[in-house]
Design a protein around this ligand. Structure first.
Ligand SMILES: Cc1cc2nc3c(=O)[nH]c(=O)nc-3n(C[C@H](O)[C@H](O)[C@H](O)COP(=O)(O)OP(=O)(O)OC[C@H]3O[C@@H](n4cnc5c(N)ncnc54)[C@H](O)[C@@H]3O)c2cc1C
Length: 365
């Protein structure tokens, strides 16, 4: 019997595994395709803040950026490269956003080259995506196995009719989910990253139309999650890798001239975002059971999440959009404190908010 079963070994599953094993818990980690086989294996894994004027998402990513950069540096210095990030505005609207951001931010800004568009530079980092997930999860028992059945029996979760655990954490990203709750809707956006050999030397992480890593030993990485049309689970067509490479190289060439290019490797995967863009961390409401409760008034502006019925000892961590590597250490700490010490999770990331909105709308959309 395990204390906790974590399903999904991307950066979210790996970070919560790290927190729980560090706290002395026996953790079993499942992934159908291996560690970092989903969106996390494809990520450029840049650790950067979100450059926008204001809002909850900007705020949580800012907090996570400060926390996570420090976390990776302290615990896994060999898997983090620190380098200056150069963000270049895409268009006029972006120019205005960057100007406001620069005025308001408390982060230390670096000098930038004078370019046609507004620019911003600060110290940031890049994580070695797959080795990081492997290092984070190394103290758990790993099973390369798909979660196909999950039953709660007498206070214990039975997984695939073979394993038992007191708690379950779902960290399945945008991939197939077993628990079908109608109010949980995640949007999978397809991304592509390429490793490129080039004689051009690039000292920065450049972010404009795509993300370009600094060069190391004549190689750099170019990536983006920009393909909203392709989804491996809703189409039978194969993703056109050659067209994806062309698009990435064309977009990169608008930011930097790359000479003598040879693409040496492709990585692809889905990133998972929620419909209000904020992540989902915490317990899951049992919608059917909660709707039966005649004492709950669903047509309210101030829903009382504590009145809902929840799956026992089951939580999720998901919906990090394009900031999974920035958010995961921060969110995993929050989730571990909830699992281990019952510390309340901020309402802004609580999955119950989606239940409340769905129930208010009439529970049928
Ligand atoms: C090209 C690209 C570039 C990106 N660049 C950045 C970046 O620079 N910075 C950044 O912070 N973020 C970036 N992201 C986003 C980031 O990768 C994601 O936010 C993050 O990987 C999400 O992690 P996750 O653990 O939630 O999901 P995933 O990494 O997708 O992990 C979910 C895992 O669950 C497994 N799984 C699902 N269902 C089951 C099941 N039933 N049984 C067993 N296993 C299951 C899957 O196999 C998968 O491995 C990028 C994404 C892409 C695609």
């Amino acid at each position: 019997m395990y204390d906790i079963a974590v399903i999904g070994a991307g950066i979210n599953g790996s970070c919560i595994t790290y927190e729980l094993t560090n706290a002395g818990k026996r953790v079993i980690l499942f992934d159908s395709d291996g560690i970092a086989s989903g969106g996390s294996g494809a990520a450029g894994a840049f650790i950067s803040p979100k450059f926008s004027k204001s809002g909850e998402l900007k705020d949580i990513i800012h907090d996570a950026f400060c926390y996570s950069l420090d976390f990776y540096e302290k615990n896994f210095p060999n898997l983090l490269s620190k380098s200056p990030l150069l963000h270049i505005a895409k268009d006029e609207a972006d120019d205005a956003i960057l100007r406001v951001y620069k005025e308001k931010t408390d982060l230390e800004l670096l000098d930038t080259p004078k370019l046609e568009r507004e620019t911003l530079s600060l110290n940031a980092g890049i994580v070695d995506a797959k080795p990081m997930c492997e290092a984070l999860s190394k103290s758990a028992t790993f099973k390369k196995e798909e979660l196909v059945s999950l039953e709660y029996d007498d206070g214990i979760w039975i997984i695939n009719e073979s394993y038992s655990a007191k708690e379950v954490v779902l960290a399945t990203g945008a991939y197939k989910t077993l628990l079908k709750e109608p109010y949980i809707k995640l949007r999978g956006v397809w991304g592509h990253r390429i490793d490129v050999k080039t004689t051009t030397d690039n000292p920065h992480s450049i972010h404009q139309f795509v993300s370009i890593s600094p060069s190391q030993e004549g190689k750099l990485a170019i990536g983006a999650t920009h393909n909203v049309h392709y989804h491996p689970q809703t189409t039978t067509e194969k993703y056109d890798i050659e067209a994806g490479r062309k698009e990435l190289l064309e977009k990169a060439s608008r930011s930097i001239g790359l000479e003598n290019i040879e693409v040496t490797k492709d990585y692809m995967g889905l990133r998972s975002g929620s419909f209000d863009y904020m992540p989902l961390v915490g317990s899951l409401v049992m919608s059917h059971e909660t709707l039966q409760n005649k004492n709950i008034h669903f047509q309210t502006k101030k829903p009382d999440y504590s009145a809902y019925t929840y799956y026992p000892n089951l939580t999720m961590i998901n919906g990090s959009g394009g900031y999974g590597f920035v958010l995961a250490p921060y969110l995993a700490k929050m989730l571990a404190e909830f699992i281990l010490s019952d510390k309340e999770i901020s309402k802004r990331v609580d999955p119950a908010r989606f239940f409340a909105r769905w129930a208010k709308k009439g529970a049928n959309s």
